[in-house]
Design a protein around this ligand. Structure first.
Ligand SMILES: Cc1ncc(C[n+]2csc(CCOP(=O)(O)OP(=O)(O)O)c2C)c(N)n1
Length: 362
């Protein structure tokens, strides 16, 4: 439907619901029950509760660092909701809403940002890779998982995430090239949030949009309003089906990071309040709330009490991991290779000798 009809070379963007919560393109509306809609809303609200609490905890010195998701909830939740439990999701580091849909427990998410690697151990039944900080490196892993699925004859799809900044990396090129040549079941979901730290979209690429980049590799690319959860879900469902049946596809979700890049960033240094205000009017949660009220699915009071109870749950989840012990240094050596390389073996021995020396000195 979208893949044939929407041409990224013409900047065609899929939108189902406008900024006032009106369904403007009923033909493209995904098939969702009221229960689905409430799950989408609740998850977006939960993501926002985590976001605001995490920022405040970091400022109090109770969390190591944090990457904000404010404004990107529809892109994350809508795309994650299109996956089956058996499909894989391969994140960068700013996909909170998708992590929640995939089942990464809130306390484990906090544990990760608390600086404890055990936060990434959420069990093999959750088909989600841990956070990948080296930009775009995760796209290679995603193609590898996709190739493995094809070799095994599984019908799993692998949805890989990146920001628009990641599409300037060599890893992006290699991953998309391999995916198209070997016809792997990958969806590349690019959250174009307009800034890669302080680098604006205009300095990131001369391509007319990110979706068109897919065409050069020989795969379809679609552009979607990333602040419209219905449009994101509809485009993602189609892309997932296409990847399962045919091959790789790229989605560009056009959105905006309303918060800082991470807690170490001050966005007022590189963008205007006016630009932020423009995007605040497109807020994905506000938009869905307007729809929910129009459709009599929720009242303002019900939304307020849901938000309060989510905030309470989120704070409780944080408290359950606060003061949990750190990862031991020896564990750094435990998980990368089944057998240590000679260099790592030497480093581990050095470290153990150092510990012995330190204990003798006491
Ligand atoms: C290979 C590599 N280079 C640089 C960095 C530093 N860095 C961290 S986030 C970031 C910007 C990423 O921008 P984008 O891909 O648009 O994602 P966003 O942060 O906007 O979600 C950079 C350059 C890194 N982590 N890895």
């Amino acid at each position: 439907m979208f893949i044939d009809k929407f041409n990224p070379l013409e900047d065609d963007m899929i939108q189902v619901m406008d900024e006032n919560g009106n369904i403007v393109n009923p033909d493209f509306c995904p098939d969702v029950s009221d229960e689905d809609i409430l799950t989408l809303y609740k998850t977006m609200r939960k993501a926002r509760a985590i976001d605001s609490i995490a920022l405040s905890l970091q400022r109090q010195g109770r969390l190591l660092t944090y990457a904000s998701n404010l404004g990107q909830e529809a892109a994350q939740v809508g795309s994650g909701y299109a996956l089956k439990k058996s499909d894989w999701a391969v994140p960068a580091f700013r996909e909170l809403g998708m992590w929640l849909i995939k089942g990464w427990p809130v306390e484990k998410i906090f544990q990760y940002w608390y600086g404890n690697e055990w936060g990434s151990h959420f069990g093999e039944e959750i088909r989600l890779l841990p956070i990948a900080v080296p930009i775009a490196s995760q796209l290679q892993h995603a193609v590898g998982i996709g190739m493995a699925a094809r070799f095994r004859g599984d019908d799993d799809v692998v949805m890989a995430y990146s920001g628009e900044g990641g599409t300037s990396q060599g890893d992006f090129h290699e991953a998309l090239n391999f995916a198209a040549v070997f016809n792997t079941p990958n969806v590349f979901f690019i959250q174009n949030n307009h800034y890669a730290i302080s680098v604006p979209l205009s300095r990131q690429t001369a391509s007319r949009n990110i979706a068109t980049k897919a065409l050069g590799y020989g795969m379809p690319g679609v552009l979607v309003d990333g602040n419209d959860v219905f449009a994101v879900l509809a485009a993602s469902r189609e892309a997932v089906q296409y990847a399962r049946e045919s091959g790789p596809v790229l989605i560009e979700a056009f959105t905006f990071r309303m918060g800082p890049h991470t807690t170490s960033d001050d966005p007022t240094k590189y963008r205007s309040d006016e630009e932020v205000r423009l995007w605040q009017r497109k807020d994905p949660i506000m938009r869905l709330e307007k729809y929910l009220m129009k459709e009599n699915l929720m009242t303002e009071d019900a939304m307020k009490s849901m938000t309060e109870s989510l905030e309470q749950d989120v704070m409780d989840a944080y408290k359950s991991i606060e003061h949990t012990s750190d990862t031991g240094i020896e564990e750094i050596f435990s998980y990368h290779f089944e057998n240590l390389t000679p260099q790592l073996k030497e480093q581990l021995e050095d470290y153990q000798a150092f510990l012995k020396g330190a204990s003798h000195a006491e």
